[in-house]
Design a protein around this ligand. Structure first.
Ligand code: MN
Length: 260
């Protein structure tokens, strides 16, 4: 029942800063955290960096997942988030890229795509101890979080109302991949369906997964992946204020045919 308990955090009302898909963009993440008012204690150079964080006003972070893949400093992002979660300064849900990386760490037969390769190459430079810590961290991430007395739902690709708080294989897959049609587009990527169009739930759902130039809001569903790793922005949404705070990517780190 441990996984289920972790999802039901209804008493915690924040305040939170909800962070979109980071994808290894460690510099931009630090830029954003400083802009949000977090105090960062850093040691070590990029690639071996450790960051300890806190907010003077008691704000805490929520990551919508996809910490790794495609970006330049995937392990530094993991180090920062793992430390913040351990220090009870952050929550995190699992994204599809984190899950694939986890399966690779477990020695499963996964295809090492151009995206996954960026994380794999970095991990091969790390110690066995760090590798084991990452495996344990990713393996224990919930697929959804329900916060602020049920008013806020976080899942990497969102969650329709009937499945909010329900943890099973089907809801976990939805949380990571969203609604897909079963069809592939011209580039070989799954064609997505727009579940948010029909959403009439009471809770505000905040998710990442689908990268676009702007934050989208539809029927209390917020999509906050603004494609930092493709040269877009890294977005935070402040809760309960519902204000967005963004930083510009330092450069386009990865080319993706779907970015527009
Ligand atoms: Mn993503």
């Amino acid at each position: 029942m441990k996984a289920l308990e972790r999802q039901h955090l209804k008493d915690d009302h924040g305040p939170f800063d909800i962070i979109g898909d980071v994808h290894g963009c460690a510099d931009e993440l630090e830029d954003l955290l400083l802009l949000l008012g977090y105090e960062l204690k850093t040691t070590g150079k990029r690639g071996k960096r450790k960051v300890k964080l806190r907010h003077a006003k008691g704000r805490r972070l929520i990551f919508v997942g996809d910490l790794v893949d495609r970006g330049p400093a995937n392990m530094d992002v993991l180090r920062l988030v793992m430390r913040a979660v351990k220090d009870e300064q952050a929550y995190c849900v699992i994204g599809n890229h984190d899950d694939k990386f986890l399966r690779w760490l477990k020695g499963r037969n996964v295809q090492v795509s151009k995206s996954l390769k960026t994380s794999v190459v970095e991990m091969k430079q790390e110690s066995a101890k760090f590798r084991a810590k990452v495996l344990e961290f990713l393996d224990n991430l919930p697929s959804q979080l329900i916060l602020d007395h049920g008013k806020l739902v976080i899942a990497h690709a969102g969650m329709p109302e009937p499945w909010q708080g329900v943890e099973n294989k089907r809801t976990r897959t939805f949380a990571m991949y969203g609604e897909v049609t079963g069809k592939k587009d011209g580039d070989g990527y799954p064609v997505r369906a727009n579940w948010a169009r029909h959403y009439s739930g009471k809770a505000t759902v905040i998710h990442g997964h689908v990268a676009r130039k702007r934050v989208r809001k539809e029927n209390k569903v917020w999509a906050i992946d603004t494609g930092c790793v493709y040269g877009g922005k890294l977005t935070a949404v402040r809760w309960p204020e519902k204000k967005t705070v963004q930083v510009q990517a330092r450069k386009a780190w990865f080319d993706h045919p779907r970015w527009r």
